[in-house]
Design a protein around this ligand. Structure first.
Ligand SMILES: NC(=O)c1ccc[n+]([C@@H]2O[C@H](COP(=O)([O-])OP(=O)(O)OC[C@H]3O[C@@H](n4cnc5c(N)ncnc54)[C@H](OP(=O)(O)O)[C@@H]3O)[C@@H](O)[C@H]2O)c1
Length: 277
């Protein structure tokens, strides 16, 4: 089996949100380091094409495409049942799937908020709980995709920023619990990156929101993904890709709350119109 090849770091890597953006890039990065990839997202046909491409490029690699709507409780339970039956071996979990919603909370769609919390928060907690016991026995690691937004309350991005605060806090706590067992956990905190994220987060009839400094902070996808894997391997608790993002995170975490309230009161992400959906 490929896992017995010493060059392989993991027997299995489970990547959520593998149909796009960071998730697809994690699949490319990990294809050469894992014997078996499990790709999870809703768009099965996109992941089928990715799986074909990866298998063609990496002889002996096994890729399982596992379509799943992580916002659906029954679908998550079924996914977890399948994942807990994976054959023995070191397992890497990449909790990457996520979505945002730009705009005032009062005008938000309750169903969308629910979905966001299920995917960004509940799925992360449940997958971690389900797979951590085998990691403690057989080895493994967890990469949780949080955000620079985890350090900040963001008007017009309220639920998303709070959901990422959960991811960062949860990762830090779990990391301390399992550190002595040699299972690394890292929270990845990117700033803005060109992926499908912005289009999904934008409400019908709205612009992306005003953010004058956003352009300055953009990081390429490979920087985030390769840096995240390296950060996990070196045992870091958090990874802020690029010096600018690291400095922004440092600044935000050290400013007094009253200063942050003044800055965020200027509504840096204010959108141009209300959600009509
Ligand atoms: N891009 C940024 O600027 C940025 C910055 C900081 C953090 N992040 C975080 O990075 C992570 C990846 O996002 P991305 O930037 O790569 O955006 P993306 O291109 O939109 O990818 C999001 C992924 O999440 C999956 N997903 C969404 N809802 C899902 C659901 N209900 N069930 C299963 N999978 C679902 C999508 O797959 P399907 O649509 O096929 O289901 C897709 O594969 C997210 O957690 C995001 O919050 C992004």
């Amino acid at each position: 089996m490929l896992w017995e090849n010493k060059a392989m770091k993991y027997a299995h890597a489970v990547i959520t949100g593998a149909s796009s953006g960071f998730g697809a890039a994690f699949a490319h990065r990990l294809a050469g380091e894992c014997a078996h990839l499990v790709l999870v997202a809703r768009r099965g046909e996109v992941m089928d094409a990715l799986a074909e491409e990866l298998c063609a490029a990496h002889g002996g690699l096994k890729v399982t495409v596992r379509p799943c709507d992580l916002s659906d409780t029954a679908a998550r339970e079924s996914l977890i049942r399948d994942l807990t039956r994976l054959p023995k071996g070191k397992l890497l979990l990449v909790n990457n799937a996520g979505l945002g919603d730009y705009g005032e909370y009062v005008a938000s769609a309750p169903e969308r908020n629910h979905r966001m919390l299920q995917v960004n928060v509940v799925a992360v907690a449940e997958l971690t709980r389900a797979l951590l016991p085998r990691m403690l026995e057989q080895g493994g690691g967890i990469i949780n995709i949080a955000s620079l937004a985890a350090d900040l309350f963001i008007p017009d991005f309220a639920v998303y920023a709070a959901s990422k605060a959960f991811v960062a806090s949860f990762s830090e706590a779990i990391r301390l619990e399992v550190r002595s067992a040699g299972v690394p956990v890292v929270a990845v905190c990117p700033g803005p990156v060109h992926t499908g994220f912005g289009d999904v987060a934008r409400r019908h009839g709205c612009t992306n929101g005003y953010s004058p400094f956003k352009k300055w902070f953009y990081t390429p996808i490979p920087t985030v993904v390769n840096g995240a894997v390296d950060a996990l391997e070196s045992g870091k608790a958090r990874y802020y890709p690029s010096l600018r993002i690291r400095m922004a995170g440092l600044l935000v975490r050290n400013l007094p709350l009253w200063v942050l309230r003044l800055v965020m009161g200027r509504r840096p992400r204010k959108v141009s119109s209300h959600d009509e959906a």
